[in-house]
Design a protein around this ligand. Structure first.
Ligand code: CO
Length: 608
């Protein structure tokens, strides 16, 4: 018998609906799903925490509690990014331990733990904490293709994970590129080596080979397969649950699930798929076997396209794919999964836009220092030199990255208690939300977050900004269609080919930016109605070399700066980039504020 791990409430909508499914759309069907008898249900972790507080104005802890109440019979599972938890950077042990404790307390039974680099040192603390709190540990290895990632590599690491106390094991093929032979060889290899733990295969349909890989996996002895209910399956999401159940009926691997009951659930999710239609992306549903060559996962691909559009370089797409593969090799073949996918992807974009390793984000430096863990293969020494300088050897750490971090729970708790007289802490879990996402978390706890939409507003009308964005992305060539979906007042007299208005998002808040003929720009809408006009050039002007949001201004008026002094940091492509002065002198004028969006070439300061 084979069992299924159902992912409709996490991975499936993260892959196809931008992680936006709201709790009120999960609850009505929950009790029915609970009757199927799945091995486990994935409902939490991954991007669901971040998106809930950033875009949905939903408390992720409440979602967990409510789903647990609605589904008491099926083990609930979360995806946990080892020392990154549900964020994108390392936390100290005390935070990881407390997180696992609260997750278990609120309803998580199974913890699927993975590390982007498969550095097992990063998995020790969360695995130990999950065991201590009575949880089931499903230890995962990130799947990728490289000369390092052989069948023996995976079998050997799985053996170590069994020794470390895992309850089950999982191959996490986040990019959906595992071949039938690979799936068979790894699982068979593990079984032949005497690994006793149940083995799970997690994959996505991206390459088109996944159905065959699943078949070969069960032939090799896989115990669990990851699937999602059919309306939100296929494409960059997992194979369909009902199809896999039907395919295995009458064989030795029969799941024995009630197909009629599953079809009832399907009817419900068909309605959900229709409701969230403004999030559909046609590209996400197309089979893309090229993933086996470039190995860029679906989610990262759409991110790359978006980032290129942001930087006005959509035509560089092919170049970026080649560069991504090259950077990945130079950086020691990291699997491309959060957060290493971001490091490799952004460095590739920077290399194509500005020249190879001319602009190096902080995250690339951290990665080369070993701050994410040990890369699978050695990073090319000449790249180390470019990234960290001639004395790069002294900069590299040998220990587990979190060994360098001091406990922060108590200090952060105190910090939050001092804000608004402590009224923001309604439960201890709120401290965790604040630690994981300090700026976005604080805004959420203060009640200042706003939902992009609520369930009763769905489906969004055709001329809603989100629906329009979907249509523009799905039909990039059909400018006439774009015009037709503009609200009537905008349709008249506006030439379609010259956009005068852009929608940008700053910290989760949508802004409408209008281009006005003077060359300045005006921000209207959501957050502020303030107009910000500034000169486009002055003597001694220092300009931004990328599009993004000003994070920190590191100097003030009157400061003396040298060539190379860091004057500001910009958040671009979810990463922190430093901007240094190209000249020596005194800061005469600062034209930007922290939190302000800037475009490539925008004037930041005057230094004379
Ligand atoms: Co996945």
């Amino acid at each position: 018998m084979v069992q299924l791990h159902e992912m409709i409430f996490r991975d499936a909508h993260q892959s196809l609906l931008a992680t936006r499914m709201r709790t009120e759309d999960m609850l009505p069907i929950a009790s029915k799903i609970d009757q199927v008898g799945f091995f486990s249900l994935e409902i939490w972790g991954g991007a669901t925490f971040d998106v809930a507080i950033r875009y949905l104005n939903e408390d992720p802890w409440m979602r967990l509690k409510k789903l647990k109440e609605a589904m008491p019979n099926t083990p609930l599972q979360m995806l946990e990014r080892a020392m990154n938890i549900v964020a994108y950077w390392n936390f100290p042990d005390d935070v990881v331990e407390k997180f696992i404790y609260y997750a278990k307390k609120n309803g998580i039974d199974y913890f699927r733990i993975f590390d982007a680099l498969n550095d097992l040192r990063n998995m020790e603390t969360p695995m130990k904490a999950a065991k201590e709190n009575g949880g089931h540990v499903q230890a995962c290895l990130s799947y990728t293709i490289s000369p390092i990632h052989t069948v023996e590599y995976f079998v050997d690491k799985f053996k170590q994970l069994e020794k470390m106390g895992a309850d089950s094991l999982c191959i996490k093929d986040m990019a959906g590129m595992i071949s039938p032979k690979r799936a068979y060889d790894i699982i068979k290899g593990c079984k032949d080596e005497g690994i006793k733990l149940p083995m799970d295969l997690h994959s996505h349909c991206t390459s088109g080979m996944t159905g065959m890989a699943y078949q070969r996996a069960v032939e090799a002895g896989a115990d669990i397969l990851d699937t999602a209910m059919s309306p939100i399956s296929g494409g960059t999401a997992a194979p369909a649950t009902e199809s896999v159940v039907a395919a295995l009926q009458g064989t030795e691997w029969d799941t024995n699930y009630d197909l009629a009951l599953l079809i009832e659930c399907r009817e419900y999710f068909l309605k959900i798929w229709e409701k969230y239609r403004h999030l559909h992306r046609f590209d996400a549903l197309k089979v893309d076997p090229s993933v086996t060559l470039h190995q860029v996962p679906g989610g990262m691909l759409s991110n790359l396209i978006f980032q290129l559009e942001e930087q006005g370089a959509r035509d560089k797409y092919r170049e970026i794919l080649t560069e991504t593969a090259r950077v990945r090799e130079e950086l020691g073949y990291p699997p491309l999964v959060t957060p290493t996918s971001q490091v490799v992807g952004v460095q590739a974009v920077m290399n194509v836009l500005h020249g190879r390793y001319k602009v190096i984000p902080k995250e690339t430096k951290d990665y080369c220092r070993g701050m994410y863990g040990k890369p699978p293969a050695e990073i090319h020494p000449e790249i180390m030199k470019k990234v960290l300088g001639p004395k790069w050897k002294e900069e590299v750490i040998e220990c587990r990255p979190s060994d360098l971090l001091k406990p922060i729970w108590n200090e952060k708790k105190k910090e939050l208690m001092e804000i608004d007289g402590g009224r923001l802490i309604k439960k201890d879990e709120d401290i965790m939300t604040y630690i994981l996402y300090s700026a976005v978390g604080l805004k959420f706890l203060k009640g200042e977050a706003r939902a992009e939409f609520t369930s009763d507003q769905l489906p969004l009308p055709i001329d809603h900004q989100f629906t329009r964005a979907m249509i523009k992305q799905s039909f990039p060539e059909h400018k006439q269609l774009w015009l037709e979906i503009e609200p009537p007042e905008k349709r008249k007299g506006t030439p379609a080919q010259i956009p005068t208005e852009y929608e940008v998002e700053v910290d989760g808040e949508p802004y409408t930016v209008k281009v006005i003929p003077t060359g300045g720009f005006m921000v209207a809408g959501a957050g502020s109605a303030a107009a910000a006009a500034k000169p486009t050039d002055v003597e001694g002007g220092v300009k931004s070399n990328m599009q993004g949001t000003i994070l920190k201004i590191k100097v003030k008026k009157g400061d003396k700066v040298k060539k190379g002094t860091i004057i500001a940091t910009v958040e671009a492509m979810k990463m922190e980039q430093e901007i240094s002065s190209e000249r020596e002198g005194e800061v005469k004028e600062i034209f930007v504020k922290e939190g302000m969006p800037v475009a490539n070439g925008d004037l930041l300061m005057q230094i004379l």
